[in-house]
Design a protein around this ligand. Structure first.
Ligand code: URA
Length: 297
């Protein structure tokens, strides 16, 4: 007979799952139980998972933040890890449709304080839904807030030039931000605001399935990598990146590479760093097999 899990056992199970996730193991299968009807889809059996005691170590603890690593199937079965519930776009293979579903889910968002701090509209993202290259900035500024599109102001003009210098066009890449609403006075988004908004970014990433993400600036880099380090420490290498809390429905796509470079707004303030940013972009170009046009070299 299946039995319900007490809180302690659930915690221990979650910790064990995290342990497996950290080793790169995400898929779990239930052993057939003698005398039971054959497998029923997990979502149908939500209330009646049975877990044998020897699969968990009750001594292990798990923080709520780390719970984002729990795999979808078990999250659905247990219904205790809300962050990993099956996302509606996960049954959709067309990234255009998937992004539309995510945008609709975001709705007229009121999840964080930014919705009541003067935003005109949500700035979701723009570009090629099948892009190999994705840029992630910090949050919309005044121009983006007015036009509903990321990177359309001065920083956007510079980003466009950076993209051109890589031998591609803005329309070929996908561009979005960590937070989708303009922070008042262009202040840096708070950690809480980034944390509230980033599940939508993770879903965008899983829908677009890029080969490379370029994090523009420290806020994007630290949020995506969940690391607190300086730009100097973060730049100059690739990271293996998997969007937290969501899995792509494409078995061929198991994450991507992530590079960090300076935010274009920073480069406008300190143009001497453009050479360093160009090095970062050349690393990305090499990865994607891109050649700079003659005029950029
Ligand atoms: N700065 C950002 O981080 N994002 C934008 O969209 C515009 C400016």
């Amino acid at each position: 007979m299946p039995r319900t899990l007490d809180a302690e056992l659930r915690q221990a199970l979650a910790a064990r799952i995290r342990f497996y996730n950290e080793m790169g193991i995400y898929d779990f299968y239930r052993r057939p139980q003698p005398g039971r009807a054959e497998e029923v889809p997990v979502a149908v059996e939500a209330a009646e998972i049975a877990v044998s005691e020897h699969t968990v170590d009750p001594g292990e603890e798990m923080s709520p933040r780390k719970a984002t690593a729990v795999p979808v199937a078990l999250a659905v079965e247990e219904n205790i890890f809300e962050v990993m519930e099956l996302k509606p776009e996960q049954s959709v293979s067309d990234p255009v449709k998937a992004l539309k579903i995510i945008r609709e889910d975001l709705g007229d968002c009121t999840r964080c304080v930014l919705h009541q701090q003067g935003r005109k509209q949500i700035v979701f993202g723009v570009g090629n839904p099948k892009a190999e290259l994705m840029f992630v900035g910090e949050g919309p500024g005044a121009d983006e807030d007015a036009q509903g599109e990321p990177f359309v102001g001065r920083a956007g003009q510079l980003l466009n030039n950076m993209i051109k210098a890589m031998g591609i066009e803005r329309e070929q890449v996908y561009i979005t931000n960590i937070v989708k609403c303009r922070p008042p006075g262009n202040r840096t988004p708070e950690r809480e605001e980034c944390a509230t908004c980033s599940p939508f970014l993770m879903r965008q990433i899983a829908a677009v399935k890029p080969k490379v993400i370029v994090a523009l600036g420290a806020v994007a880099a630290k949020t995506l990598l969940a690391m607190n380090a300086s730009m100097m420490q973060l730049r100059g290498r690739f990271y293996d990146f998997k969007p937290a809390g969501v899995r792509s429905n494409d078995p061929e796509w198991d994450g991507c590479k992530l590079a960090v470079t300076y935010h274009p707004a920073f480069l406008l303030r300190d143009p001497r760093q453009k050479g360093e940013a160009w090095k970062d972009l050349q690393m990305v170009m090499k990865e994607l097999g891109l050649k700079a046009p003659k005029s950029a070299t």
